[in-house]
Design a protein around this ligand. Structure first.
Ligand SMILES: Cc1cc2nc3c(=O)[nH]c(=O)nc-3n(C[C@H](O)[C@H](O)[C@H](O)COP(=O)(O)O)c2cc1C
Length: 375
């Protein structure tokens, strides 16, 4: 295993380990990938001036998010199919997050169910991300399971009304559900570490992975060609539905994918406990503004009424601090934990979180700050 010193090293290691189609599904954006580029540039353009001679012996990275105390201002973002990156990937991520005292947000489209994650990682601070299904009663039943599993926070993803146009997925053969193809077969067989360590392990134990949360009667292996109408993602979601969700869900409720001031205000009017100012990692709308561009105005307008989280493009601890400096209270990371997982399973995720923690710590010290909130 080469020395993995920064996020790029982990990404390179993941590229070697994962089939190309899976690597690109995680790594890339949409259409012309302008959003990914814009997110990076927006973060690179931010400079933070240090204060000198502030005399802090050590930093304290602890903070609170939505009333929960956390080890640092980081949250593991929901990522579909994290369980395809490593065997039992979602459980491993939840354990690694628990070790750092940070929340792990499980996706509706995970391979492993929230019950299995809770059992495998009893100390995890569990959040749940909702993609509403067309059959809303099924979603309601799922939320009952989520509540029973002890998840504190519901993250409603509101920025995905249709499937995005990701042309590289067509070229490299990746689709959900996955389909068998000669090209796909070659891709898998030329990545034996993944074939033996992930796919074959599933096949020999629980069988071909499925979307774990989908009700049994609709659950198909990720290789089956069709997904039933009832569990297609609801493309007709409206603000009124948030009102409905408020009734169904008694815990904290967060709207993910806010990029306009009007929507941030609307979320506050509906008493959302938080919003995630997010461009979905540049994976959905290619002409969307970068979160860093819109965050200051949103934070100024509604920061006193709701908790503001941000995500997209974090590659360094300093990127986390940049989002905090613009008004976020904590930051979600999507791809990086997957790179850690791909590089070396749970140990890789642990090491990656520790690396981010160290980077945040060093940057805070350089800035002359003792706590992230002081930024
Ligand atoms: C492979 C992958 C799958 C994702 N799946 C979901 C999902 O199921 N639900 C969701 O709300 N966001 C999903 N996202 C978006 C992340 O939650 C997050 O907004 C984004 O990854 C942040 O950008 P970053 O990857 O640059 O940190 C996914 C992102 C990736 C990379």
């Amino acid at each position: 295993m080469p020395q993995l010193l920064n996020a790029r090293d982990y990404r390179d290691a993941a590229r070697k380990r994962l089939p190309t189609a899976l690597f690109e599904y995680i790594d890339r954006g949409t259409e012309d990938e302008l959003a990914i580029d814009g997110i990076r540039k927006s973060l690179d353009a931010i400079r933070l001036a240090p204060r000198i001679l502030t005399g802090h012996a050590e930093r304290n990275l602890q903070t609170t998010v939505l009333g929960q105390q956390t080890g640092m201002p980081l949250i593991v973002a929901p990522t579909a199919l994290a369980g395809m990156v490593s065997h039992n990937g979602e459980v491993k991520l939840a354990r690694a997050a628990a070790r750092m005292g940070i929340p792990f947000c499980i996706s509706t489209q995970s391979v492993t169910t929230i019950e299995e994650v809770r059992d495998g990682a009893p100390d995890a601070l569990l959040w749940f991300q909702l993609y509403m299904w067309k059959d809303r009663n099924l979603s309601r039943k799922l939320l009952e399971r989520v509540a029973a599993s002890g998840a504190t926070t519901l993250v409603v993803t509101a920025d995905t009304p249709v499937g995005p146009k990701r042309e590289y997925n067509n070229r490299n053969g990746f689709s959900i559900p996955l389909k068998y193809s000669v090209r796909g077969g070659i891709d898998v067989l030329t990545h034996p570490h993944w074939f033996f360590g992930v796919l074959l392990r599933y096949l020999m134990t629980t069988g071909m992975p499925t979307y774990g949360h989908y009700p049994k009667e609709f659950r198909s292996a990720v290789t089956r060609p069709s997904v039933s109408e009832a569990v297609k993602l609801e493309n007709l979601l409206k603000w009124d539905d948030v009102r409905q969700l408020r009734q169904w869900w008694k815990g904290k409720l967060v709207i993910k994918g806010v990029l306009s001031l009007q929507d941030a205000i609307k979320a506050c009017e509906l008493e959302a406990d938080g919003i995630v100012v997010s461009a979905h990692g540049g994976r959905n709308l290619d002409i969307a503004p970068a979160p860093a561009e819109v965050l200051p105005a949103i934070a100024e307008a509604v920061g006193h009424r709701t908790e503001i989280l941000a995500d997209s493009g974090v590659m360094r601890g300093s990127d986390v601090l940049k989002y905090l400096s613009l008004g976020a209270s904590s930051v979600m990371v999507g791809r990086l934990p997957l790179w850690g997982l791909a590089a070396n399973g749970e140990a890789g995720a642990n090491a990656l979180f520790q690396m981010l923690r160290d980077e945040i710590d060093v940057t805070l010290a350089m800035l002359g700050l003792r706590t992230p909130n002081g930024i």
